[in-house]
Design a protein. Structure first.
Length: 206
């Protein structure tokens, strides 16, 4: 692409650095902003900057939050003794959109993947174990992506939880192996939560 303006070129370059945004899409977005009133573009810029500088991570579950505790953990109407373990914040959003889960979450921040150099110590596993013991959790629901890395992570955490008086389940595999939660339709994901399986049954089958 040839640009007559370095400012335009730099803006396109920044937009195209976002995941899923190619240069043509980036150019379309930049040209759209160029047509807007300056105060509209400034408001857009301010919102992004404020989000990045002020957003926090929940001290309890590692989900995004506006304060020290996220809105899910702060909601007394939710089942605080039930924890759904997920890989990322995107998975929390996907599950919340089903409106089929009324417990809390714990965001690991990834899965165990030795080939990528990711071990248990780089994830929020210890904080999960501490939380379970401290809060006397009754049920853990694993809602990790159906991949080898996801299964490895489930197996590792399950071993750490042996002997504790709690129910350990995993979502039913209405989601194909290798599929990611954020791309599953709401009905499939919702049914997978409702029809969750005891972890022993799942690990035997896999």
């Amino acid at each position: 692409m040839q640009f007559s303006s370095v400012l335009l070129e730099n803006a396109v370059k920044e937009f195209s650095s976002l995941p899923g945004i190619g240069k043509k899409t980036a150019l379309r977005l930049v040209l759209h902003l160029l047509k807007q009133e300056p105060n509209t573009v400034q408001r857009f810029s301010d919102v992004i900057a404020k989000m990045r500088s002020e957003i926090k991570f929940c001290q309890r579950c590692c989900n995004v939050a506006d304060g020290d505790i996220c809105s899910v953990c702060a909601n007394s109407s939710r089942k605080q003794d039930q924890i759904c373990v997920v890989e990322s914040i995107r998975d929390v959003i996907a599950i919340e959109s089903t409106q089929q889960f009324n417990g809390t979450y714990h965001v690991l921040g990834g899965v165990i993947s030795p080939l990528d150099g990711i071990g248990p110590g780089q994830l929020q596993i210890e904080s999960l174990l501490t939380r379970i013991q401290k809060e006397k959790t009754e049920e853990i629901i694993f809602a990790l992506n159906a991949t080898i890395q996801g299964d490895t992570t489930i197996y590792y955490i399950q071993k750490k939880l042996q002997g504790l008086p709690l129910r350990i389940t995993t979502i039913a595999r209405g989601i194909s192996f290798g599929g990611e939660l954020e791309y599953a339709d709401e009905m499939t994901l919702g049914r997978s939560l409702q029809n969750r399986l005891p972890i022993e049954n799942y690990m035997v089958k896999n």
